[in-house]
Design a protein around this ligand. Structure first.
Ligand code: AHG
Ligand code: MN
Ligand code: MN
Ligand code: MN
Length: 325
């Protein structure tokens, strides 16, 4: 049995990165315990204000954000923090050499219905000296990430993590309260017959995405010549976890419904960390035509279309878009 601490030590992971991963995953234990209590912990319902995304914040959005912020403010390696729930980057420690970005509570619409939610995190290098609240320090392409992962608060609490090269998964043992290694080299099949999309947005998509989904729905009566299955967790962490476990394609595509028409998902603390995990597990992650990890960010809250998962299926979507454009 290998614990998270033993795994990080064995990987000879940079001690500062290991320490930040430990800080984030310790907060994950607290969030997991609160979720187990649900309504009994007075964590359900609205917080009563909107975040910078224009979303109604849930109590747990704010609580998870504050728990992570407080814990990282005590971590000497963390120079600054960016969060879905904070308008701007927040300074942490003057002699820190890491930046931490997170979606403190992913899948907020699932909180009050007791469905899967998660926490997504990304660790970037910090090149300058002194603590930072400069958004510009955070605007690094996803390729620069030193580590990325998520906590999935599902039927059990699990941690998926990539630090050096491959993707590993841990289960939180409720008896020992330790993260125990359960998968040490996650790999995704290149082909799949399972996809995840919120189909109610069909009229907002571009033509090649409409064509792609039409083909999947046509199943063995159409050009793909086989039937497909559809899943939608409404929490990116849940859909990505399923793909890491059994393959699949997840997309929140370009649509004209959202303000800057890039779809709903945020590059810095949703798409980038998830794309690093997916690629390290042998999958692909694009904005339909370009690799997400190559995107040069311009804003810490910028949105990006996402198509990720089984490599050959992501390539198929890309070809449809390139043919159309
Ligand atoms: P968040 O709860 O952090 O705002 O993220 C929710 C995101 C993502 O987790 C999920 O895949 C997607 O929103 C669901 O969007 P719809 O509610 O439009 O289906
Ligand atoms: Mn999210
Ligand atoms: Mn969130
Ligand atoms: Mn949100």
């Amino acid at each position: 049995m290998t614990t998270l601490a033993q795994y990080l030590k064995a990987q000879k992971t940079d001690s500062a990165v290991s320490d930040v991963i430990t800080t984030v995953t310790e907060v994950g234990k607290t969030i997991s315990q609160l979720l187990r209590k649900g309504a009994l912990a007075d964590i359900l319902g609205e917080a009563g204000n909107q975040n910078v995304q224009g979303e109604e914040q849930k109590k747990l959005d704010v609580l998870a954000n504050d728990l992570l912020l407080d814990a990282l403010a005590q971590n000497k390696h963390c120079a600054g923090v960016a969060s879905e729930e904070l308008d701007d980057a927040t300074p942490a420690n003057a002699d820190g050499n890491l930046l931490v970005l997170f979606d403190p509570l992913d899948g907020s619409s699932n909180i009050d219905i007791n469905m899967a939610v998660g926490t997504i995190f990304s660790i970037l290098p910090y090149q300058r000296q002194g603590q930072t609240s400069e958004n510009s320090d955070f605007l690094q392409a996803g390729n620069a990430q030193l580590a990325a992962g998520y906590l999935l608060y599902g039927t059990s609490t699990m941690l998926a993590l990539t630090v050096v090269d491959n993707v590993v998964m841990f289960s939180l043992d409720p008896d020992s309260n330790d993260y125990i290694l359960v998968k040490d080299n996650v790999q995704i099949d290149a082909d799949t017959s399972e996809y995840a999309i919120n189909s109610s947005n069909y009229r907002y998509w571009r033509a090649p995405m409409q064509q792609y989904i039409d083909e999947l729905v046509a199943g063995d009566t159409g050009v793909r010549g086989r039937d497909f299955n559809m899943r939608w967790v409404a929490a990116m962490v849940g859909d990505v976890h399923r793909i890491l476990c059994r393959g699949g394609l997840f997309t929140y595509p370009f649509d004209t419904k959202y303000p800057n028409k890039a779809g709903k998902l945020r590059l810095m603390y949703e798409a980038n960390p998830m794309s690093l995990l997916i690629e390290r597990a042998g999958g692909s992650a694009t904005d339909a035509t370009h690799r997400i990890l190559d995107i040069a960010p311009t804003d810490i809250h910028q949105r990006v279309p996402v198509v990720l998962g089984s490599k050959n299926e992501v390539d198929y979507v890309k070809d449809l878009h390139l043919k159309h454009d």
